[in-house]
Design a protein around this ligand. Structure first.
Ligand SMILES: *[C@@H]1O[C@H](CO)[C@@H](O)[C@H](O)[C@H]1NC(C)=O
Ligand SMILES: *[C@@H]1O[C@H](CO)[C@@H](O)[C@H](O)[C@H]1NC(C)=O
Ligand SMILES: *[C@@H]1O[C@H](CO)[C@@H](O)[C@H](O)[C@H]1NC(C)=O
Ligand SMILES: *[C@@H]1O[C@H](CO)[C@@H](O)[C@H](O)[C@H]1NC(C)=O
Ligand SMILES: *[C@@H]1O[C@H](CO)[C@@H](O)[C@H](O)[C@H]1NC(C)=O
Length: 439
């Protein structure tokens, strides 16, 4: 009988040990992509949160600045497996931690980032009260989310980083506006390649008139993409070619929201991104695993004609002509001397006054980026013939076009003389029809 007790004892130890290992593994697997309300993430611990498929990693990072003011630490997200550190999101971009001490934790159902003195540096700012505990989780699409830890609210997030983009648009992220809350998501450049604080450039989906992309330097418009025409943005002819890189464009316009997003159809889906650079370019790139570098396949603005107002009103830009600015047929440069010197911003004027009731003719202009539509009249219910009829009857109408080019065209856009806002210098005094067609 004496041998029995030790045997029993040993098996009990073994069982206990096994259980601990299992528990550790279990906790490890579960804690690696989440932060629960009892856990913290600190700079000193070097711990990071990794998405389940090892795609993205969230943690603290320090940029290699000239360090005049000491270290600047940020909480951010980067690609886990890309050797060239590429940040896709920064929480406290305008409020860095300076003392190499920082703690991320969940406090009263909010994610909070505290500095060395316990002062709040960044927070998710949620005011609604949540009864059950919340958990933060980094998803494989790069979205850092806060959700109810109970229940299966996998897609109902209390907060998500995708609603607060920095300079990068990832697949499934949106640029646009929530029409119910008015919340706008847009890209905003870093201040410098080593400084994630808000820079001067922003890339937004303008929703005055027909939605289109705007690239701003502070409040000045540098570039507009032309409105969405059902297939792409009318001023981004290369957009359809993005499909060579498995990019599928997705434009959403309904009562709840207006937004652009994209998907990638192949296995590399996570490694395509839109980035607004510190040199005012929107770059679309894909990580090339063979060469280990970001392979650029789209840049906006692309060419001189893309620059906003480069040619002035009642003219059009064509890179194949010299000079690139051309007055619309029936118009002459407003200031011939300036025009000849390449100063084309003042645009063109009508050669002879338009007699609205006699001049029933329209000039067809193909493959044009549509003029801005912030003050245009849009009627989705009528086609091109009715659109023309309506324009003919309105002496203020200077041009019309289809809204959507799919299936032979549908919808009607009418420009009238009194345009203002972003389009002030681009309004067409001519009666022109802009054929909104893909190249
Ligand atoms: C964290 O990482 C830094 C640099 O890699 C290292 O110097 C430091 O010892 C690490 N700290 C811990 C607690 O592992
Ligand atoms: C939270 O609110 C503060 C103060 O209103 C604001 O400065 C900060 O930008 C907000 N943070 C986020 C993540 O929206
Ligand atoms: C799309 O790509 C094809 C093949 O590379 C090229 O020939 C064509 O010019 C491109 N189209 C545009 C609009 O860039
Ligand atoms: C036309 O442009 C020239 C050169 O920029 C300028 O000197 C002149 O004053 C302009 N004329 C008018 C009427 O604005
Ligand atoms: C045309 O524009 C003028 C001046 O903006 C305005 O008074 C007039 O009502 C407009 N006519 C129509 C038919 O919209």
């Amino acid at each position: 009988m004496r041998g029995v007790t030790p045997n029993y004892y040993h098996s009990y130890t073994f069982f206990f040990f096994f259980f601990v290992v299992l528990l550790a593994l279990f906790l490890h697997v579960f804690s690696i992509n989440t932060l629960s309300s009892t856990e913290t993430l600190t700079i000193s611990s070097n711990r990071t949160i990794v998405s389940p498929g090892n795609i993205f990693e969230l943690g603290f990072f320090k940029t290699t600045t000239s360090s005049r003011n000491g270290d600047h630490w940020y909480l951010g997200i980067w690609y886990k497996s890309i050797s060239e550190r590429t940040y896709v999101w920064v929480a406290n971009r305008d409020n860095p931690l300076s003392k190499s001490i920082g703690t991320l934790k969940i406090s009263y159902a909010n994610l909070v980032l505290l500095d060395h003195s316990g002062t709040l540096v960044w927070s998710t700012n949620l005011t609604r009260t949540v009864k059950s505990p919340v958990v933060a989780e980094l998803l494989d699409n790069g979205n850092f989310v806060l959700r109810d830890s109970k229940g299966n609210y996998q897609n109902r997030f209390l907060w998500q980083s995708f609603d607060y983009p920095v300079d990068t648009l990832l697949p499934e992220m949106k640029i646009g506006r929530d029409l119910k809350t008015g919340h706008e998501t847009f890209l905003s450049s870093w201040r410098s390649p080593y400084d994630p604080s808000s820079g001067d450039f922003s890339f937004k989906l303008g929703t005055q008139g027909l939605p289109e992309f705007y690239l701003f330097k502070k409040e000045f418009l540098l570039y507009r993409s032309g409105p969405w025409n059902g297939v792409g943005f009318s001023g981004i002819p290369t957009m359809q070619n993005w499909s060579y890189f498995d990019v599928v464009n997705n434009f959403i316009e309904n009562r709840g929201e207006v937004a652009y997003s994209f998907k990638v159809t192949d296995h590399s889906m996570h490694y395509v991104r839109f980035t607004l650079t510190t040199e005012r370019l929107l770059q679309i790139s894909r990580w090339d695993t063979t060469s280990s570098e970001w392979n650029l396949f789209g840049v906006l603005p692309t060419e001189k004609c893309d620059l906003y107002q480069i040619c002035g009103r009642d003219s059009y830009c064509d890179t194949k002509t010299s000079p690139t600015c051309n007055c619309i047929k029936g118009f002459v440069p407003k200031n011939v001397t300036a025009w000849a010197l390449g100063d084309t911003f003042e645009g063109c004027v009508r050669k002879s006054r338009l007699n609205c009731h006699r001049d029933g003719f329209f000039l067809l202009m193909k493959r044009m980026k549509l003029p801005g539509t912030s003050t245009a009249i849009v009627d989705k219910t009528i086609g091109l013939n009715e659109c023309k009829e309506r324009c003919s009857k309105d002496c203020n109408c200077t041009g019309f076009a289809n809204k959507d080019i799919q299936n032979g065209g549908s919808g009607c856009v009418i420009w009238t003389g009194g345009a203002h806002g972003y389009e002030e210098l681009r309004r067409r005094r001519s009666r022109s029809i802009c054929q909104n067609r893909p190249l």
